[in-house]
Design a protein around this ligand. Sequence first.
Ligand SMILES: Cc1cc2nc3c(=O)[nH]c(=O)nc-3n(C[C@H](O)[C@H](O)[C@H](O)COP(=O)(O)OP(=O)(O)OC[C@H]3O[C@@H](n4cnc5c(N)ncnc54)[C@H](O)[C@@H]3O)c2cc1C
Length: 375
Amino acid sequence: MHYDVIVIGAGSMGMAAGYFLSKSGKSTVLIDSFNPPHNKGSHHGETRIIRHAYGEGENYVPLALKAQELWNDLEKVSGKQLFLPTGVINVGYEKTDFIQNIISSSKTYSLPLEILDSIEVNKRWPGINLPNNYIGCYEPTSGVLKCEECIEAYRELAEQNGATIITNSKVIEIMVHDDKRVTIKTEDHTFSANALVVSAGAWSGSLLSMLDLNLPLNPIRKTFAWFDTKDDLYDHKEFPAFSFETSHGHYYGFPSIDGSGLKLGRHDGGDTIDPDEAILGFGELEEDTTDLKQFLQHYMPFAQELKFGKTCMYTMTPDEDFIIDTHPNYPNVAIASGFSGHGFKFSSVVGQILSDLIISGKTEHNISPFSINRF
Ligand SMILES: Cc1cc2nc3c(=O)[nH]c(=O)nc-3n(C[C@H](O)[C@H](O)[C@H](O)COP(=O)(O)OP(=O)(O)OC[C@H]3O[C@@H](n4cnc5c(N)ncnc54)[C@H](O)[C@@H]3O)c2cc1C
């Protein structure tokens, strides 16, 4: 069967790309090793934070704002609530790049941001116990995305637009013949198309090496867990999502949503893994629990017993910026990978960018920081 576009990997980025491509009238097939959304890649665990004033750098802000607009559109079109406006508090030492980037982003782009000292933070959210050398930057307009539901919504709409989604089929071979024809193989089938999107998350490195592209992508094991709470302190109607850059590490988390418990993960650290091998489960390494408990003891002492935890994968680049580009030798191959543990919030706009790159070879969004040739 011949299509306009094949998308390899129908996860966060790929499913959004499939939606935008099919909406533009392109005949699109999305192929995934599993049945997205699923719990084998980087997009499970119920929730993802979306921040607008961006600690990782001001150049992300226009994309974050566009992504938010597209999430709002997706809510309207799908009729589902995908975004919870919990607000997000970013905590750290005032002089760090992370905090300074947040403050300068809010000034440059006139984003609402409340800068609070530790006494104000502790008073406003009694579930937090912040030592007096930290500050909190509270963004009232950002919040939480229901990640699997976002992917489901894009999937349903892409299918309504006529996209074909092939599940439980791993792509094992890619051939680009010229700038108008590609062929890919799964174990059972061969598909051809004019163009290709590679959005295979932690598996992108091995797939792209079939196209003579060896990118510095490093898949790592990550863990996160839910803790019982006194819900009046940590309920999402009162308590924000959070990102804490502390002397004990960089942690992020979510309020208790409908009694789920407080969800917490550590952003820095993690061991390199092979995504094709079995990954150690949550709790199989001692630090899986000790890190999180130590954070809670110091900063959120009223969260209680560990309920359960999970593992997931980040795909790191050396500078922790994304890769969104076309293949240097094949303009009909668009690539999105290396989201370094902060990509989900952008997946709506990344889907639109991938569709732009396939349809016209360019995009109005500034993706120059994410180019392949920076390596
Ligand atoms: C624990 C955790 C917490 C996070 N928190 C946040 C957060 O709060 N905010 C935020 O913005 N981001 C966050 N992230 C990061 C974000 O979730 C990722 O950056 C994003 O999901 C990456 O999307 P992706 O499309 O690259 O990968 P995925 O969503 O994993 O999609 C890749 C897809 O490719 C498929 N695939 C791979 N190889 C093949 C093949 N050979 N053939 C066919 N299909 C294939 C896979 O099955 C998968 O479905 C977090 C990540 C983790 C793990």
